[in-house]
Design a protein around this ligand. Structure first.
Ligand code: SF4
Length: 125
């Protein structure tokens, strides 16, 4: 990865939201929109087609956060339903976070409806 990409800062796309408890977390955008996007009460990502962001952008953001966000000790994975990411790829992302940043806790996301609890706990245990 070239440093020029990393030095650009975080690669946020579109509107981003985070729950109040994540005010002091690193906001790592690993998906755009929500893969479900059908909850009647939620219009957050209605205009944002879902996709998983490219690994090089995610890695660039991890490197940037590791250099410039040293006070935060948690990450919050955005956008909606970040845990839709296949297990192997998600473990790569979380492993990169643990290896390159001051993060003491793996990522969380509020929309975790598609994963079995055992699968989630295996990621953060
Ligand atoms: S899963 Fe979450 S982000 Fe997706 S539509 Fe429902 S409430 Fe909104």
């Amino acid at each position: 990865m070239e440093n020029t990409i990393e030095s650009e800062g975080m690669h946020y796309e579109g509107n981003c939201i985070r729950p109040p408890p994540e005010a002091y977390s690193i906001l790592l955008q690993v998906t755009l929109g929500c893969s479900h996007n059908k909850c009647a009460f939620c219009g957050t990502y209605k205009d944002k087609p879902f996709r998983i962001k490219d690994d090089d952008l995610i890695l660039s953001d991890i490197l940037f956060a590791s250099k410039h966000m040293k006070r935060q000790d948690r990450i919050f994975l955005m956008d909606g339903d970040a845990l839709i990411i296949p297990q192997k790829r998600l473990m790569w992302i979380l492993g990169k976070n643990q290896g390159t940043s001051p993060l003491g806790e793996t990522g969380r996301n509020v929309c975790q409806y598609k994963k079995h609890p055992d699968e989630i706990s295996s990621r953060i245990g």
